[in-house]
Design a protein around this ligand. Structure first.
Ligand code: DX5
Ligand code: ZN
Length: 229
């Protein structure tokens, strides 16, 4: 299966966001990861549907929307209308997670569930057959540019086994602290969908940086992750 890369624009130049997004599309990004933060579920506050709708006019890339908000159920329709392709909610913010996932799918979008580093995989055990992706947070959410939490390798490997045993085509996504130094090990652990943020933008040339990751991981998961596919 092809390893997908979705740049996170959290650390992009917000003064010229549409240009940066167009560059990433030309540079071969598979999707755009949009970090929506409400200042409550996480301490940081970013942007909402109006910015998503504006970016929708600038690119054809799928929008992988990551809702780091306290009440995602209240926001699903507005982010769907703004042009989201998938919406990922945090299990920790959804007392009725199965119902929230069904609500995302009823809007015609792909559904994802994100797990904070301390949240056990059991949180997705009974919805694995209903989601298109599971996002393993490899940092504590709220900011870009943090360090990868090493303990997440074990979580990734266990989730990989869970997904493979289920026979589902659920994507295993990671988000936070992905750098050239660790991306090979992350892919080898069974990840097939990478969110990369500050590592792409700190170089000043996100397209060149994206190409470096593409070269390192190759096109196909089979090359680097022990043929688990
Ligand atoms: C953090 C966000 C991540 C973050 C990734 O809460 O969910 O998407 O922007 O950024 P880096 O790659 O800089 O850790
Ligand atoms: Zn994110």
């Amino acid at each position: 299966m092809r390893i997908r890369i979705a740049p996170s624009i959290l650390n992009a130049d917000f003064g010229r966001l549409a240009d940066q997004v167009r560059l990433l599309e030309q540079g071969g990004a598979d999707a755009l990861h949009l970090d929506i933060m409400d200042g409550h579920f996480v301490p940081n506050l970013t942007f909402g549907p109006p910015v998503v709708a504006a970016l929708r006019q600038a690119t054809n890339l799928p929008f992988d929307v990551h809702l780091m908000v306290q009440q995602p159920d209240n926001l699903l329709e507005s982010f769907a209308a703004a042009g989201s392709s998938s919406i990922t909610v945090h299990a920790e913010a959804c007392p009725h997670l199965h119902r929230t996932i069904e609500a995302v799918k009823a809007l015609g979008l792909e559904a994802g569930v994100a797990l904070n580093p301390a949240t056990p995989l059991s949180a997705v055990e009974y919805v694995l057959d209903r989601v298109d992706l599971v996002l393993v947070m490899t940092v504590n959410p709220g900011w870009g540019g943090q360090g990868f939490i090493p303990g997440m390798f074990g979580k990734i490997k266990t989730l990989r086994s869970m997904i493979d045993a289920s026979g589902q085509r659920t994507a295993l996504q990671v988000d936070g602290g992905i750098y050239l130094a660790n991306v090979g090990a992350v892919v080898a652990a069974g990840v097939d969908y990478l969110v990369i943020g500050s590592a792409l933008f700190k170089s000043g040339d996100p397209v060149e940086a994206l190409e470096e990751y593409r070269q390192l991981i190759g096109q196909d998961c089979h090359d680097h992750c022990g043929g688990h596919r």
